[in-house]
Design a protein around this ligand. Structure first.
Ligand SMILES: [Zn+2]
Length: 299
């Protein structure tokens, strides 16, 4: 395997890392990967992750249901039910944070296109990029619009987007800083970026430790907390204007985490409810956080 070894922290350039956790790939290969924490800024990353040419096989599993429509089993049934509620919530958030009912919206890591389809139906002028060819084909067949490969991004005009969204995508992208630069470049001056990420400071992450499903090694290269995300945003000329909870994620993540421990989905569902109640006391305890970013000059 050709592994990418991170020598310098992508957030602060720090060169010293301490071991954080050893996690197993519970989907594709059952191999172990090390998570390390930057001693300077606290950023946690997957060390020695597979490079661009090799990472594909770690996604090539039926269980990777983010890219599928299978409805077998309680976890998948719940996932699809929550997706419906989640699409409604995302559309509401876009309108609220942009102050617009229509506009130009770019979704990076658009997957099978459900979010873009919802926004198109609501009257937004949509564009999307997605690395997975099978996900792009699915969207084309199901929704009759084209999602482009990532190489399309530089073709979009600068300052052209009211909204740039990344729903649980940034943690997968090897080119972290370059992606933040592209987002900044493509946003209109009063535009908004919406970035949803798992939160390693959440109550469920602290409880499950190496079995926390949202570590999802080696597919998740980077593991964010609100503090570190603030540093990354400011580094690239953004300010974070709001931190929003994604309350549903904790149920799904807890069910998968219990599965990783050899327990049942039902136990995960019940524990997820407890974690959900505990997360109501503060955004830093939520399993996933949505970061709302504006360009620094617009804050
Ligand atoms: Zn660092």
């Amino acid at each position: 395997m050709t592994a990418i070894h991170i020598d310098a922290c992508p957030i602060c350039e720090g060169m010293k890392f301490t071991p954080f956790l050893a996690c197993r790939d519970n989907l594709a290969t059952y191999k172990n990967f090390s998570l390390v924490r930057c001693e300077s800024c606290g950023f946690v990353l997957t060390q020695n992750f597979p490079d661009e040419n090799e990472i594909g096989r770690y996604y090539d599993v039926p269980e990777y249901i983010s890219h599928s429509d299978t409805q077998k089993g309680i976890v998948n049934l719940l996932y699809h039910f929550v997706r419906k509620l989640s699409l409604r919530s995302k559309a509401g958030l876009v309108k609220k944070v942009s102050g617009k009912t229509t506009g130009d919206l770019l979704d990076i890591g658009a997957g099978t296109g459900y979010f873009l389809n919802r926004m198109k139906t609501d009257g937004w002028k949509i564009s999307g990029v997605e690395k997975s060819a099978s996900a792009r084909e699915y969207a084309e067949k199901k929704f009759c619009f084209t999602i482009h490969p990532p190489e399309y991004l530089p073709q979009l005009p600068e300052c052209s987007q009211d909204i740039v969204s990344l729903w649980h995508v940034l943690e997968h992208l090897e080119k972290l800083n370059e992606t933040m630069q592209i987002i900044h470049k493509l946003m209109k001056d009063n535009g908004t970026a919406i970035i949803a990420l798992p939160n390693l400071n959440s109550v469920d992450a602290r409880y499950y430790k190496e079995n926390w499903a949202a570590y999802d090694v080696p597919r998740h290269l980077w593991h964010f907390s609100p503090d570190v995300m603030k540093i990354l945003a400011e580094k690239h000329g953004f300010c974070i204007t709001a931190f929003k909870p994604m309350y549903f994620d904790v149920f799904y993540i807890s069910m998968l985490s219990e599965k990783n421990r050899g327990s049942s989905s039902l136990v995960g569902l019940l524990k997820g409810f407890v974690f959900f109640l505990r997360s109501l006391s503060g955004i830093s305890k939520c399993s996933s956080v949505i970061y709302v970013l504006k360009k620094a000059g617009d804050c």
